[in-house]
Design a protein around this ligand. Structure first.
Ligand code: ATP
Length: 233
């Protein structure tokens, strides 16, 4: 689905990613792991053409997408849930969801909202609340809901459950599991290795902008393995 082939990129004149090569297969869950500042967010920004001096090939469904603007990537079925839960604070839950819908009829939009409520029943209970009155976890659910309203096939989450209460985290992991069962392609960045091992199929570790390890959940979880050493666990 998505291939990085010897991709380098950075900010202004500062290089951050170096010759990054990896492959995110469709209809599966991949992760990007690594300590702070290793280039995970920069990799995601590069998918959306939001970094500078991109070289190599970023290929989505067979098409080279280097440097295409974010709206074109979104149109190709990729949705991003960025770090920091970006929702419209002064819109209600329903208004936030409808705002990102691409459906042309009110009926289709309503069906889209309903499918988000099925995924996150907690949001239905708060459907008339302004987003700024939601808890951090509810805002994250809403941010995921907003991304899903664009009807993507590829969902990218940066810091999916960072700083959230354990019960909310469990609900978000359960929702991602359901999306996986519905054959979404998912790329997730998070620090919680246990749920990532359960959910993820392919894991990739970045260190100083280089891909230094890739493997499956069994390999990642090996207590004496290289992955754990790279992650400092
Ligand atoms: N807008 C920016 N301009 C210049 N340098 C940046 C910018 N954003 C990030 N960097 C630098 O790029 C490097 C990689 O940062 P990035 O945010 O991609 O790391 P990360 O692995 O996602 O870390 P974290 O887990 O802390 O979010 C860091 O050295 C960071 O200082």
């Amino acid at each position: 689905m998505l291939i990085f082939d010897k991709v380098s990129a950075g900010y202004g004149q500062s290089p951050v990613l170096f010759d990054l090569s990896f492959d995110l297969p469709g209809a599966s869950v991949s992760t990007l792991l690594g300590k702070n500042g290793m280039g995970k967010t920069t990799t995601i920004r590069t998918i959306f053409g939001l970094t500078d001096r991109i070289t190599g090939d970023v290929v989505l469904n067979g098409r080279r997408i280097n440097g295409l603007p974010p709206y074109q990537i979104a149109r190709m079925g990729v949705a991003l849930v960025p770090e920091g839960r970006q929702v419209f604070p002064t819109l209600t839950v329903v208004e936030n969801l409808v705002a990102t819908s691409r459906d042309s009829t009110a009926r289709a939009r309503a069906a889209g909202v309903q499918s988000i409520f099925e995924l996150f029943p907690r949001l239905e209970e708060r459907k008339g609340s302004y987003a700024n009155l939601l808890s951090g976890g509810e805002q994250q659910m809403l941010a995921i809901g907003r991304a899903l309203m664009t009807r993507p096939r590829f969902l990218i989450l940066d810091e999916a459950t960072e700083g959230l209460a354990p019960t909310i985290r469990r609900e978000i992991w359960a929702a991602l599991k359901r999306l996986k069962e519905e054959h979404y392609t998912i790329l997730v960045i998070d620090k919680s290795l246990k749920p990532l091992c359960k959910l993820g199929d392919h894991h990739n570790i970045l260190r100083k902008g280089e891909m230094v390890w890739s493997g499956n959940s069994q390999e990642l979880a090996r207590p004496d393995g290289k992955a754990m050493a790279l992650l400092g666990v």
